[in-house]
Design a protein around this ligand. Structure first.
Ligand code: SPD
Length: 357
Protein backbone atom coordinates (compact mmCIF):
# COMPACT_ATOMS: atom_id res chain seq x y z
CA UNK A 1 0.00 0.00 0.00
CA UNK A 2 1.62 3.29 -0.96
CA UNK A 3 1.84 6.18 1.52
CA UNK A 4 -0.72 8.39 -0.21
CA UNK A 5 -3.31 5.61 -0.21
CA UNK A 6 -2.72 4.94 3.51
CA UNK A 7 -3.23 8.67 4.31
CA UNK A 8 -6.43 8.61 2.25
CA UNK A 9 -7.70 5.56 4.18
CA UNK A 10 -6.98 7.15 7.58
CA UNK A 11 -8.74 10.41 6.58
CA UNK A 12 -11.77 8.48 5.24
CA UNK A 13 -11.94 6.43 8.44
CA UNK A 14 -11.77 9.50 10.72
CA UNK A 15 -14.43 11.35 8.64
CA UNK A 16 -16.70 8.32 8.79
CA UNK A 17 -16.30 8.07 12.56
CA UNK A 18 -16.95 11.81 12.99
CA UNK A 19 -20.08 11.62 10.83
CA UNK A 20 -21.35 8.63 12.79
CA UNK A 21 -20.71 10.35 16.16
CA UNK A 22 -22.42 13.58 15.00
CA UNK A 23 -25.48 11.68 13.78
CA UNK A 24 -25.70 9.77 17.07
CA UNK A 25 -25.39 13.01 19.06
CA UNK A 26 -27.94 14.80 16.89
CA UNK A 27 -30.49 12.04 17.07
CA UNK A 28 -30.07 11.69 20.84
CA UNK A 29 -30.84 15.41 21.08
CA UNK A 30 -33.95 15.12 18.89
CA UNK A 31 -32.29 16.94 15.98
CA UNK A 32 -34.41 16.47 12.86
CA UNK A 33 -32.68 15.97 9.56
CA UNK A 34 -34.72 16.00 6.33
CA UNK A 35 -35.66 12.41 7.01
CA UNK A 36 -36.57 12.80 10.68
CA UNK A 37 -39.78 14.10 12.24
CA UNK A 38 -39.92 14.85 15.96
CA UNK A 39 -43.37 14.71 17.57
CA UNK A 40 -44.30 15.92 21.06
CA UNK A 41 -47.67 14.53 22.16
CA UNK A 42 -49.63 13.61 25.28
CA UNK A 43 -48.93 10.14 26.68
CA UNK A 44 -51.20 7.30 25.41
CA UNK A 45 -52.49 9.51 22.62
CA UNK A 46 -51.70 7.71 19.37
CA UNK A 47 -51.83 4.23 17.91
CA UNK A 48 -48.13 3.34 17.55
CA UNK A 49 -49.02 1.21 14.50
CA UNK A 50 -49.85 4.44 12.68
CA UNK A 51 -46.42 5.88 13.36
CA UNK A 52 -44.86 2.75 11.89
CA UNK A 53 -47.14 3.00 8.86
CA UNK A 54 -46.25 6.66 8.31
CA UNK A 55 -42.53 5.83 8.56
CA UNK A 56 -42.90 3.04 6.01
CA UNK A 57 -44.96 5.05 3.55
CA UNK A 58 -42.91 8.26 3.77
CA UNK A 59 -39.40 6.98 4.50
CA UNK A 60 -39.29 9.51 7.37
CA UNK A 61 -38.11 8.39 10.80
CA UNK A 62 -40.34 9.52 13.66
CA UNK A 63 -38.83 10.50 17.01
CA UNK A 64 -41.69 10.51 19.51
CA UNK A 65 -41.75 12.18 22.95
CA UNK A 66 -44.61 12.62 25.38
CA UNK A 67 -45.82 15.10 27.99
CA UNK A 68 -48.58 14.93 30.60
CA UNK A 69 -49.88 18.49 30.78
CA UNK A 70 -50.10 21.60 28.63
CA UNK A 71 -47.93 23.39 31.17
CA UNK A 72 -45.17 20.75 30.97
CA UNK A 73 -45.26 20.92 27.17
CA UNK A 74 -45.03 24.71 27.18
CA UNK A 75 -42.13 24.80 29.67
CA UNK A 76 -40.14 22.41 27.50
CA UNK A 77 -40.76 24.42 24.33
CA UNK A 78 -40.15 27.80 26.00
CA UNK A 79 -36.88 26.77 27.61
CA UNK A 80 -35.46 25.95 24.15
CA UNK A 81 -32.97 23.29 23.09
CA UNK A 82 -35.75 21.12 21.60
CA UNK A 83 -36.47 20.44 17.93
CA UNK A 84 -40.13 19.46 17.98
CA UNK A 85 -41.73 19.50 14.52
CA UNK A 86 -45.24 18.81 15.84
CA UNK A 87 -46.86 19.35 19.24
CA UNK A 88 -50.45 18.74 20.37
CA UNK A 89 -51.54 21.41 22.87
CA UNK A 90 -55.07 22.24 23.98
CA UNK A 91 -56.93 25.38 22.96
CA UNK A 92 -55.89 27.83 25.72
CA UNK A 93 -52.25 26.86 25.28
CA UNK A 94 -52.50 27.30 21.51
CA UNK A 95 -53.77 30.83 22.13
CA UNK A 96 -50.86 31.46 24.50
CA UNK A 97 -48.33 30.03 21.99
CA UNK A 98 -49.77 32.21 19.24
CA UNK A 99 -49.44 35.31 21.38
CA UNK A 100 -45.88 34.40 22.28
CA UNK A 101 -45.07 33.87 18.60
CA UNK A 102 -44.10 30.24 19.15
CA UNK A 103 -46.00 28.75 16.20
CA UNK A 104 -45.26 28.36 12.49
CA UNK A 105 -48.18 29.32 10.19
CA UNK A 106 -49.52 26.26 8.39
CA UNK A 107 -49.62 25.84 4.64
CA UNK A 108 -53.21 24.62 4.30
CA UNK A 109 -52.63 23.75 0.62
CA UNK A 110 -50.41 20.90 1.91
CA UNK A 111 -53.31 19.52 3.97
CA UNK A 112 -55.92 18.36 1.43
CA UNK A 113 -57.40 15.95 4.00
CA UNK A 114 -58.46 18.92 6.12
CA UNK A 115 -61.77 18.75 4.22
CA UNK A 116 -62.72 15.75 6.37
CA UNK A 117 -62.79 17.78 9.60
CA UNK A 118 -66.28 18.69 10.78
CA UNK A 119 -66.81 22.46 10.34
CA UNK A 120 -67.96 22.53 13.96
CA UNK A 121 -64.31 22.12 15.01
CA UNK A 122 -62.83 24.64 12.59
CA UNK A 123 -62.27 28.39 13.08
CA UNK A 124 -62.65 28.24 16.84
CA UNK A 125 -61.82 31.37 18.87
CA UNK A 126 -58.35 30.17 19.95
CA UNK A 127 -57.28 30.06 16.26
CA UNK A 128 -60.03 31.74 14.19
CA UNK A 129 -58.82 30.75 10.71
CA UNK A 130 -56.90 27.61 11.63
CA UNK A 131 -53.74 29.40 10.63
CA UNK A 132 -51.74 27.49 13.22
CA UNK A 133 -53.66 24.47 14.41
CA UNK A 134 -55.48 21.40 13.11
CA UNK A 135 -58.04 19.45 15.20
CA UNK A 136 -56.77 16.14 16.65
CA UNK A 137 -59.20 15.04 19.39
CA UNK A 138 -61.86 16.77 21.49
CA UNK A 139 -63.87 15.98 24.58
CA UNK A 140 -65.17 16.96 27.97
CA UNK A 141 -64.06 16.72 31.59
CA UNK A 142 -66.31 14.65 33.80
CA UNK A 143 -66.68 11.94 36.39
CA UNK A 144 -66.26 8.24 35.74
CA UNK A 145 -67.81 6.08 38.45
CA UNK A 146 -68.58 2.49 39.30
CA UNK A 147 -72.26 2.20 40.36
CA UNK A 148 -71.67 -1.38 41.58
CA UNK A 149 -69.00 -0.24 44.03
CA UNK A 150 -71.27 2.66 45.06
CA UNK A 151 -74.21 0.31 45.79
CA UNK A 152 -76.22 1.66 42.87
CA UNK A 153 -75.68 5.36 43.69
CA UNK A 154 -75.56 7.48 40.54
CA UNK A 155 -73.30 10.50 40.38
CA UNK A 156 -74.71 13.51 38.54
CA UNK A 157 -73.07 16.55 40.07
CA UNK A 158 -69.69 17.84 41.29
CA UNK A 159 -71.27 18.22 44.73
CA UNK A 160 -71.81 14.43 44.94
CA UNK A 161 -68.05 14.01 45.30
CA UNK A 162 -68.11 15.62 48.77
CA UNK A 163 -70.30 12.77 50.11
CA UNK A 164 -68.48 11.39 53.23
CA UNK A 165 -69.37 7.88 51.99
CA UNK A 166 -66.77 8.39 49.26
CA UNK A 167 -63.89 8.43 51.76
CA UNK A 168 -60.65 7.50 49.96
CA UNK A 169 -62.60 6.57 46.82
CA UNK A 170 -61.71 9.37 44.38
CA UNK A 171 -58.85 9.58 41.90
CA UNK A 172 -58.07 12.92 40.28
CA UNK A 173 -56.35 13.53 36.96
CA UNK A 174 -53.20 15.51 37.62
CA UNK A 175 -54.17 18.75 35.85
CA UNK A 176 -54.20 22.22 37.39
CA UNK A 177 -57.06 23.59 35.28
CA UNK A 178 -59.11 20.41 35.64
CA UNK A 179 -58.85 20.24 39.44
CA UNK A 180 -59.12 23.98 40.20
CA UNK A 181 -61.93 24.03 37.60
CA UNK A 182 -63.81 21.35 39.53
CA UNK A 183 -63.53 23.51 42.67
CA UNK A 184 -64.77 26.59 40.79
CA UNK A 185 -67.64 24.76 39.05
CA UNK A 186 -68.79 23.14 42.29
CA UNK A 187 -69.23 26.67 43.71
CA UNK A 188 -71.06 27.90 40.61
CA UNK A 189 -68.06 29.93 39.32
CA UNK A 190 -66.69 29.98 35.79
CA UNK A 191 -63.78 27.75 34.75
CA UNK A 192 -62.08 30.90 33.56
CA UNK A 193 -62.62 32.87 36.75
CA UNK A 194 -59.69 35.09 37.68
CA UNK A 195 -61.23 36.67 40.80
CA UNK A 196 -58.67 35.96 43.53
CA UNK A 197 -61.31 35.56 46.23
CA UNK A 198 -63.22 33.01 44.13
CA UNK A 199 -60.02 31.10 43.42
CA UNK A 200 -59.11 30.95 47.11
CA UNK A 201 -62.65 29.74 47.90
CA UNK A 202 -62.27 27.05 45.23
CA UNK A 203 -58.94 25.92 46.70
CA UNK A 204 -60.48 25.75 50.21
CA UNK A 205 -63.42 23.80 48.83
CA UNK A 206 -60.95 21.36 47.28
CA UNK A 207 -59.03 21.09 50.56
CA UNK A 208 -62.26 19.93 52.18
CA UNK A 209 -62.42 17.10 49.62
CA UNK A 210 -59.07 15.72 50.83
CA UNK A 211 -60.48 12.81 52.93
CA UNK A 212 -62.20 11.45 49.82
CA UNK A 213 -59.16 11.67 47.57
CA UNK A 214 -57.16 8.51 47.15
CA UNK A 215 -54.56 9.87 44.73
CA UNK A 216 -53.80 12.44 42.06
CA UNK A 217 -52.38 10.58 39.09
CA UNK A 218 -51.48 10.67 35.40
CA UNK A 219 -52.38 8.15 32.70
CA UNK A 220 -52.35 5.31 35.27
CA UNK A 221 -55.79 6.59 36.38
CA UNK A 222 -57.29 4.39 33.63
CA UNK A 223 -55.72 1.20 34.92
CA UNK A 224 -56.56 2.01 38.56
CA UNK A 225 -60.24 2.68 37.84
CA UNK A 226 -60.65 -0.26 35.48
CA UNK A 227 -59.10 -2.50 38.20
CA UNK A 228 -61.51 -1.17 40.83
CA UNK A 229 -58.78 0.45 42.94
CA UNK A 230 -61.20 3.35 43.39
CA UNK A 231 -64.85 3.88 42.50
CA UNK A 232 -64.77 7.48 41.21
CA UNK A 233 -62.43 9.50 38.98
CA UNK A 234 -62.13 13.01 37.59
CA UNK A 235 -61.13 12.31 34.00
CA UNK A 236 -61.08 13.47 30.40
CA UNK A 237 -63.91 11.85 28.45
CA UNK A 238 -61.59 9.80 26.22
CA UNK A 239 -59.97 8.22 29.25
CA UNK A 240 -63.44 7.38 30.55
CA UNK A 241 -64.32 5.73 27.26
CA UNK A 242 -61.12 3.65 27.35
CA UNK A 243 -61.69 2.65 31.00
CA UNK A 244 -65.27 1.67 30.21
CA UNK A 245 -64.15 -0.55 27.37
CA UNK A 246 -62.01 -2.42 29.97
CA UNK A 247 -64.72 -2.56 32.63
CA UNK A 248 -68.35 -2.36 31.55
CA UNK A 249 -69.59 -1.67 35.09
CA UNK A 250 -68.43 1.93 34.85
CA UNK A 251 -70.35 5.00 33.71
CA UNK A 252 -69.40 8.58 32.75
CA UNK A 253 -71.21 11.83 33.45
CA UNK A 254 -70.63 15.49 32.68
CA UNK A 255 -71.77 17.13 35.96
CA UNK A 256 -74.95 19.16 35.89
CA UNK A 257 -73.31 22.36 37.22
CA UNK A 258 -71.24 22.48 34.02
CA UNK A 259 -67.78 21.46 32.96
CA UNK A 260 -65.05 21.89 30.40
CA UNK A 261 -65.19 21.31 26.67
CA UNK A 262 -61.67 20.97 25.27
CA UNK A 263 -59.92 20.64 21.93
CA UNK A 264 -56.43 19.24 21.34
CA UNK A 265 -54.91 20.38 18.05
CA UNK A 266 -51.74 19.64 16.10
CA UNK A 267 -49.40 22.60 15.70
CA UNK A 268 -45.90 23.20 14.31
CA UNK A 269 -43.81 24.97 16.96
CA UNK A 270 -41.08 27.41 15.95
CA UNK A 271 -38.61 24.76 17.19
CA UNK A 272 -39.41 22.73 14.04
CA UNK A 273 -36.61 21.53 11.80
CA UNK A 274 -38.73 19.61 9.32
CA UNK A 275 -41.80 21.66 8.45
CA UNK A 276 -42.36 19.70 5.21
CA UNK A 277 -42.55 16.36 7.04
CA UNK A 278 -44.74 17.95 9.73
CA UNK A 279 -47.34 18.84 7.06
CA UNK A 280 -47.04 15.33 5.61
CA UNK A 281 -47.71 13.78 9.02
CA UNK A 282 -50.64 16.08 9.84
CA UNK A 283 -52.22 15.28 6.47
CA UNK A 284 -51.65 11.55 7.10
CA UNK A 285 -53.42 11.78 10.48
CA UNK A 286 -56.36 13.56 8.81
CA UNK A 287 -57.03 10.64 6.47
CA UNK A 288 -60.46 9.29 7.54
CA UNK A 289 -59.35 5.66 7.90
CA UNK A 290 -56.21 6.67 9.82
CA UNK A 291 -58.21 9.00 12.09
CA UNK A 292 -60.78 6.24 12.70
CA UNK A 293 -58.07 3.72 13.63
CA UNK A 294 -56.47 6.28 15.95
CA UNK A 295 -59.79 7.15 17.64
CA UNK A 296 -60.59 3.48 18.04
CA UNK A 297 -57.21 2.88 19.67
CA UNK A 298 -57.03 5.84 22.08
CA UNK A 299 -60.77 6.01 22.84
CA UNK A 300 -61.03 9.79 22.38
CA UNK A 301 -63.60 11.57 20.21
CA UNK A 302 -62.49 12.43 16.71
CA UNK A 303 -63.38 15.73 15.02
CA UNK A 304 -62.95 13.97 11.66
CA UNK A 305 -66.38 13.61 10.03
CA UNK A 306 -64.95 11.26 7.40
CA UNK A 307 -63.61 8.98 10.15
CA UNK A 308 -67.00 8.53 11.83
CA UNK A 309 -68.16 6.44 8.86
CA UNK A 310 -65.40 3.93 9.56
CA UNK A 311 -66.20 3.59 13.26
CA UNK A 312 -68.69 1.32 15.06
CA UNK A 313 -72.19 2.87 15.22
CA UNK A 314 -72.48 2.26 18.96
CA UNK A 315 -69.33 4.33 19.54
CA UNK A 316 -70.26 7.41 17.52
CA UNK A 317 -73.86 7.42 18.73
CA UNK A 318 -72.83 7.31 22.41
CA UNK A 319 -73.79 10.83 23.53
CA UNK A 320 -71.54 10.59 26.58
CA UNK A 321 -68.55 10.80 24.23
CA UNK A 322 -70.09 12.44 21.18
CA UNK A 323 -72.39 14.97 22.92
CA UNK A 324 -74.68 17.10 20.77
CA UNK A 325 -73.80 20.70 19.86
CA UNK A 326 -76.71 21.75 22.12
CA UNK A 327 -74.98 20.19 25.12
CA UNK A 328 -71.46 21.30 24.25
CA UNK A 329 -72.66 24.88 23.88
CA UNK A 330 -73.49 24.84 27.58
CA UNK A 331 -69.93 23.84 28.48
CA UNK A 332 -66.98 26.18 28.93
CA UNK A 333 -63.78 26.15 26.91
CA UNK A 334 -60.65 27.14 28.85
CA UNK A 335 -59.37 30.56 27.90
CA UNK A 336 -55.81 31.77 27.94
CA UNK A 337 -55.97 33.70 31.21
CA UNK A 338 -52.54 35.29 30.81
CA UNK A 339 -49.23 34.42 32.41
CA UNK A 340 -50.01 35.73 35.90
CA UNK A 341 -53.40 34.07 36.26
CA UNK A 342 -52.21 30.75 34.84
CA UNK A 343 -49.29 30.83 37.27
CA UNK A 344 -51.75 31.49 40.10
CA UNK A 345 -53.88 28.47 39.08
CA UNK A 346 -50.71 26.34 39.13
CA UNK A 347 -49.66 27.73 42.51
CA UNK A 348 -53.08 26.98 44.05
CA UNK A 349 -53.00 23.49 42.59
CA UNK A 350 -49.55 22.87 44.12
CA UNK A 351 -50.76 24.19 47.50
CA UNK A 352 -53.74 21.86 47.28
CA UNK A 353 -51.44 18.90 46.56
CA UNK A 354 -49.22 19.89 49.53
CA UNK A 355 -52.29 20.18 51.78
CA UNK A 356 -52.96 16.48 51.16
CA UNK A 357 -49.55 15.43 52.49
N1 SPD B 1 -53.73 10.51 27.55
C1 SPD B 1 -54.04 11.58 26.66
C2 SPD B 1 -54.67 12.73 27.33
C3 SPD B 1 -54.95 13.88 26.45
C4 SPD B 1 -55.95 14.75 27.03
N2 SPD B 1 -55.97 16.02 26.57
C5 SPD B 1 -56.98 16.75 27.20
C6 SPD B 1 -56.60 18.14 27.42
C7 SPD B 1 -57.67 18.91 28.06
N3 SPD B 1 -57.28 20.26 28.35
Amino acid sequence: MNRLFRIFLVVALISGLLLFATNRLNSSQGYSSGKTLTIFNWGDYIDAELIKRFEKESGIKVVYETFDSNEAMMTKIEQGGTTYDIAVPSEYMIEKMRHEDLLVPLDLSKLPNLKYIDQRFMNLPFDPENKYSIPYFWGTVGIVFNPKMLHGKKITSWKDLWDPKLKNEILLTDGAREVIGMGLNSLGYSLNDTNKQHLIEAKEKLDSLTPNIKAIVGDEIKMLLANKEASVGLVWSGDASEIMSENEDLDYVVPEEGSNLWFDNMVIPKTAKNIKAAHQFINFMLDPKVAAQNADYVGYSTPNKGALKHMPKEVVSDTRFYPSPELTEKLEVYENLGKKNLAYYNELFLQFKMHRK
